[in-house]
Design a protein around this ligand. Structure first.
Ligand code: PRP
Length: 212
């Protein structure tokens, strides 16, 4: 008998795409598609239990072993550096981490640059690599407002279509790193449920159904 595999999915649009990949790989759980507010779903026949969590919390569940595997954005992995294995680039949820500023912004190197971001560690690392002095202003959302209102000079944030920047008269001035969704695994689970995890990773990678 297979042990049940616990999977943390990022709640939202990305999570729905991720679930579709798992279902296609032979680990369906149709009840997950019913319109309700439940957060935990299981399919004992397929040996899988899914739960929806806030995307930035996925690595916490996986690192602590409550989830054996999960899917998290590379942005979250770079920012929080959880002690997990990164198994696969799922090639979805693609975007980039970028520096953006009001159009025509001039970066005066004699002044400390004020950077607003949700991703303080990524921003710190990026500017350290450039040897640029910065002052981090950590925000939790709607980062684009900061330079418009004079709270910061620039922002470091996720850019997907570029619409949010455009509609707020901001523009990308540098790309920090490309981002996509990654399949991650708890280190102990990877050892003790290795066969199941390898099988699911392989099926997802090839887009084929797993053999029982
Ligand atoms: C993210 C990001 C940008 C936006 C970029 O915000 O912080 O605001 O998406 O997408 P675009 O380039 O396609 O316009 P999110 O919706 O995650 O909300 P947030 O304000 O909490 O960061």
């Amino acid at each position: 008998m297979n042990k049940m595999l616990n999977v943390a999915l990022p709640k939202g649009r990305l999570g729905e795409k991720v679930y579709a990949m798992f279902a296609k790989a032979g680990f369906p759980c149709p009840s997950i598609l019913e319109p309700n507010r439940k957060l935990i779903f299981e399919n004992p026949e397929a040996g899988v239990r899914y739960f929806w969590v806030k995307p930035s919390d996925v690595p916490i569940y996986v690192e602590r072993g409550v989830a054996d595997i999960g899917v998290a954005g590379k942005d979250i992995l770079l920012e929080y550096r959880p002690d997990v294995y990164e198994l696969l680039d799922l090639d979805i949820g693609k975007c980039r981490m970028a520096v953006a500023a009001p159009k025509g912004f001039y970066d005066d190197p004699r002044r400390t640059l004020r950077v607003a971001t949700k991703f303080s560690n990524i921003a710190r690392g990026y500017y350290a690599s450039l040897g640029r002095d910065i002052d981090i202003i950590h925000l939790n959302g709607s980062i684009e407002i900061a330079p418009i209102m004079g709270l910061s000079d620039v922002i470091v944030d996720i850019v997907e279509t570029g619409t949010t920047l455009k509609e707020n008269d901001l523009e990308v001035i540098a790309t920090v790193v490309p981002i996509s969704a990654r399949l991650i695994a708890n280190k102990a689970s990877f050892k003790f449920k290795n066969e199941q995890i390898e099988q699911i990773a392989k099926s997802i990678a090839t887009g084929t159904e797993a053999k029982a």
